[in-house]
Write a protein that binds this ligand. Structure first.
Ligand code: MG
Length: 120
């Protein structure tokens, strides 16, 4: 079973995402900020990361860059989650190596399809 790290500071968003993952039989771990998420990645192996862009402390873009720069995490897809998906935001995500950009409110079918594609 694929294990997914969910990083979002908003508990309601986390619950929503985790419910979607649970219904689709994915295993997941939640983190309320980037620092906690990165710490989880030191002790557990994840197949994919869902990363909120707007976080207290380190933001999701910097956290994504951190993951992509770490050879230990090579090949782990990172999807950025945000309500703001202007082309400039999408470009910023691509610049740090994000594999996909998911806009809020989250479309369950689209999210699951993107995850499936990335894990294939
Ligand atoms: Mg946030």
């Amino acid at each position: 079973m694929a294990k997914i790290l969910v990083v979002d500071d908003n508990p309601d968003n986390r619950d929503l995402i985790c419910d979607i993952l649970e219904d689709a039989d994915y295993d997941f771990v939640e983190a309320a900020d980037a620092e906690l998420g990165l710490a989880s990645m030191e002790s557990e192996i994840f197949d994919l990361v869902l990363m909120d862009v707007s976080l207290p402390g380190m933001n999701g873009l910097d956290a994504t860059k951190n993951i992509k720069d770490n050879p230990q995490h090579t090949g782990i897809p990172v999807f950025l989650l945000t309500a703001h998906a202007m082309q400039s935001d999408i470009d910023a995500g691509k610049a740090v190596g994000a594999d996909s950009y998911i806009t809020k409110p989250i479309d369950e079918d689209k999210l699951l399809a993107e995850i499936e594609k990335a894990l294939d």
